[in-house]
Write a protein that binds this ligand. Sequence first.
Ligand SMILES: *Cc1c(COP(=O)(O)O)cnc(C)c1O
Length: 431
Amino acid sequence: MNDRIHRFGFDTLQIHAGSRPDPATGARQTPIYQTTAYVFRDSEHAAALFNLQEVGYIYSRLTNPTVAVLQERIATLEGGVGAVCCSSGHAAQIMALFPLMTPGCNVVVSTRLYGGSVTQFSRTFNRFGWSAKFIDFDDLEAIKAAIDKDTRAVFCESIANPGGYITDLPAVANIADNAEIPLIVDNTSATPYLCRPFEHGASLVVHSMTKYLTGNGTVTGGVVVDSGKFDWSASDKFPSLSKPEPAYHGLKFHETFGPLAFIFHGIAVGLRDLGMTLNPQAAHYTLLGIETLSLRMQKHVENAMAVAEWLESHPQIKAVTYAGLKSSPYNHRAGTVCPKGAGALLTATLKGGYDSCVKLVDNLELFSHVANLGDTRSLIIHSASTTHRQLSPEQQVAAGAAPDVVRISIGIEDPDDIISDLDQALKKAAT
Ligand SMILES: *Cc1c(COP(=O)(O)O)cnc(C)c1O
C-alpha cells in the first residue's frame, strides 16, 4: 500500500493516505489515541527515542498516532515530504517561521493577507525581534527590492482572503529562489485540491485547518507542510537547521535528517518548546473532513461561480471580486495557479453603502453572520462594522474591508437557495 500510495489520485489519497487498519484491533477508521504518554519497551528504547535514533511515540505534546495520520495525509495531498500539525492556523505560521528566524531577521510578506495574519506579522512578531515588510505582490520589482541580507522568508497566500486575488506563485517563488530563501504559502483558501504551491516552486505551505480542510466549523487547527526541496545548508542563513542546534544538544538537523530536517526540527524543538500541539480529537474531525475535500471544493467552487455571476448583474451591486469571473483582473492567473477553481470567497460592494450592508447582513436567513469562512454553510460578514471596526476608513479600504463591502464565504447548500436568500435580503436592504 505504501509503495502504491503516491500513484493514487487525489480522491483516493484524501481517504487513504497515512491511514492503515489499527495494528491492535483492526479498526478501519483511524482511532482517536486519547493518551498523553506511551510505554517504553525498556530503557534502551527510551534512550533511542530521545536521541531521535528511533522514531516512535514519547509524549503527545510531540507526537500522537492520530495526529501522525493527519500529518501524513496532508503532506501527501500537498506533495510534500512531511507535515507538523499545530493548534491553529496562526500557530502554524509561527511554527513555519520559528526554525528560520532569529532576532533582527525579517520576512517579506504580501499586503493581501487574512486580517489576523496582518496583526500577527506587524505587531506580535516584533515582540520576538522579528519584523515583516508588507509589499504589493503584483509588484515583483518591489518584492526583490525589499529582500535584504536579514530576510529569511517570503510569505503570501495562494488565493488571498477575502477573495478576488490570486498570487503569481511561480514568479514569486523564482524571486525567493534567487535570494536563497524559502517561499511560504498560506494555502488555506485554496486547499491542495485547488492549488498545490509546491508545484509552483514554494518551499513550505501553511494551512488553517479550521477552514476548508475540516470544512464544517468544528475545529481550530493548523499545519505546516515541507516540500523537502529547500537546501538549508546552501548559505549560512539557517543555522538552526544547518549548524549544531544548541536547543537539541548540538544536533545538526539538515546533516542528520536530510529533506526531513525541517519537520524533525518542528517536532523536536518547535512543538517541544512552543507547545502549540494539535489534540487527537481535533485531528479526528479534520481527518473525517478531508475524506470529502474534493467533493466539497467542487461544489463550493460551482456555487461561488453561480453566486458571483448573479451578484455581478444585480442592480444594487457595484462590484464583485472573485477571480473566477471573466471581469476579474486575476482571472488569467486562475488557469495556472488554481486550475480547478478560484475558491469560494468573494466580496461584494453595495451601492447603498454601509447602511445597506448592515441591512443585508441582518436580513439574511440561510446565511450565518460570523467571523469564519470555509464552512459547509454559507457565511457572511460586514467587516467594517465587526472585525475591522477599530481601523480608520483608510485602513479599512486598504484591507479590502471598506464600509460598503461585505465578505461572503459560499457554502455547499443548493445554489438556488443561496441566491434566493441573497435576493430577499437585498430587497430589504434597498429601502
Ligand atoms: C483563518 C485563517 C488563518 C488563521 O487560522 P486560525 O486557525 O484561525 O488560527 C490564517 N490564514 C488564513 C488565510 C485564514 O483564513
